[in-house]
Design a protein around this ligand. Structure first.
Ligand SMILES: Nc1ncnc2c1ncn2[C@@H]1O[C@H](COP(=O)(O)OP(=O)(O)OP(=O)(O)O)[C@@H](O)[C@H]1O
Ligand SMILES: [Mg+2]
Length: 397
């Protein structure tokens, strides 16, 4: 279904009428450009007779560079030979006389076929370029929980800071909680640049472009922040996330991905590319049920259980649940545990991760164990984590 660009309402309705669901209409070329930026999938646009020829041809010329697979069908009141040849030189695919609906339908169908072929070649080339580009082969670690509020963002930020401060790895933290991302606040960084800056780079992202959207943090990590403007989240497709993470893993040793508490298209793209999935749970019946459903879902989606580890947050506040209860519900070993501490919300309010402010804090020590797990190493022995939990209880007392 093409996008119709026509300022006069009657003419726009007329042009759109033949298409299923009556096509989409925008009144001018700036709106058309915005619509194409949001909808990467659109392959055909119809520029109506209400748009003057010069502007239409300038737009078409610009698309040859920015959106080479896009087809432009130009509708004019009258067909003149000079217009035809000028339009072809500008890259317009077809010029159709106004009110000739069968000709418009045919032109759109033909244009769509050509564009679809060009697009799939383009995608294959982009994929090959990204995959064969020289660079690192960084580890992508996705932090996920099917239930909100389990501590994903707390773990993501503290884990990223811990790894960055150890200075053995370059670290990038990506906030994929596109609607309600907290990473910017938790790290107290200015969201001047966000993941939305990647939208115009879609299908031709490279390291220089991606570098320009990264936000630096004093710990040494860099972050890709979530959008701050309502509605911007919709511009981020799963394919864009895949491309972004593919480029980021060439630039950084570790790429940590914070997520929203549901399996969105973008989360699935991140899980697809991940080397490790850290599943966060809390010892509450609802959170454990969430983990159970998540584990079943990951199995169903065919992800390997080898690349998955469970982290129990607020592990010491069992609220009546025994370790046996927890084991029974989860049915798999817990790789790492993090104690409860009032210092966690305090550190979030301050915008300084606990791992940075107090590396010896029991929560910071537990996060170091999470870091070992995230990097694929064995977790510290049960003795050490119990000691951490005991100390945290003493702290709170
Ligand atoms: N170990 C902990 N001790 C005390 N409070 C904690 C702990 N972990 C997380 N919290 C608190 O729980 C709340 C939720 O944490 P966080 O925002 O990290 O969860 P989330 O899983 O990212 O939530 P959402 O799904 O809404 O993004 C925060 O207020 C945080 O301070
Ligand atoms: Mg969060």
């Amino acid at each position: 279904m093409p996008i119709i660009c026509e300022p006069h309402e009657g003419a726009a309705r007329r042009l759109a009428a033949g298409f299923r669901e009556h096509g989409r209409a925008v009144p001018g070329l700036p709106e058309l450009d915005r619509a194409l930026t949001t909808d990467h999938e659109e392959l055909v646009v119809v520029i109506g007779p209400g748009i003057d020829l010069r502007s239409a041809l300038a737009f078409a010329t610009a698309q040859r560079v920015h959106r080479p697979a896009l087809s432009i069908v130009l509708v004019r009141e009258q067909l003149q030979v000079e217009v035809l040849s000028e339009a072809m030189r500008a890259g317009v695919r077809e010029v159709i006389p106004d009110r000739d609906f069968p000709a418009l339908m045919d032109a759109c169908r033909r244009s769509w076929e050509v564009s679809a072929r060009l697009r799939s070649t383009e995608q294959a080339q982009a994929q090959a370029r990204i995959q064969t580009a020289p660079g690192k082969s960084g580890r992508v670690v996705v932090i996920f929980a099917g239930k909100g509020g389990c501590g994903k963002s707390m773990v993501s930020t503290n884990l990223a800071v811990t790894l960055a401060q150890a200075k053995r790895h370059s670290v990038c933290l990506v906030d994929l909680d596109l609607g309600f991302g907290d990473v910017g606040i938790m790290l107290r960084v200015n969201p001047q640049r966000t993941i939305v800056d990647a939208v115009p780079m879609f299908e031709h992202m490279d390291e220089t472009g991606v570098q320009s959207m990264l936000v630096k943090h004093e710990s040494g990590l860099v972050a890709v922040l979530a959008p701050v403007t309502p509605g911007d989240a919709e511009k981020i497709s799963g394919r864009l996330v895949h491309e972004l993470l593919t480029v980021l893993r060439r630039m950084f040793d570790v790429v940590i991905v914070d997520t929203p508490p549901h399996f969105s298209e973008q989360v699935l793209a991140a899980l697809d590319i991940s080397d490790m999935q850290l599943l966060i749970a809390a010892p509450e019946v609802t959170a454990l049920k969430g983990l159970r459903v998540t584990l079943d879902m990951l199995d169903l989606l065919g992800y390997s259980a080898e690349a998955r580890a469970i982290v129990l947050n607020r592990a010491d506040t069992r609220a009546g649940l025994t370790p046996a209860d927890i084991d029974r519900v989860i049915g798999r070993p817990i790789a790492a545990q993090i104690p409860t501490s009032q210092d966690v919300p305090a550190s979030i309010n301050k915008g300084v991760p606990l791992a940075m402010e107090d590396p010896q804090h029991p929560v910071s020590q537990a996060i170091r164990n999470v870091a070992r797990v995230a990097l694929g190493g064995p977790p510290a022995g049960a003795k050490e984590s119990r000691k951490g939990l005991r100390r945290s209880r003493a702290n709170r007392a």
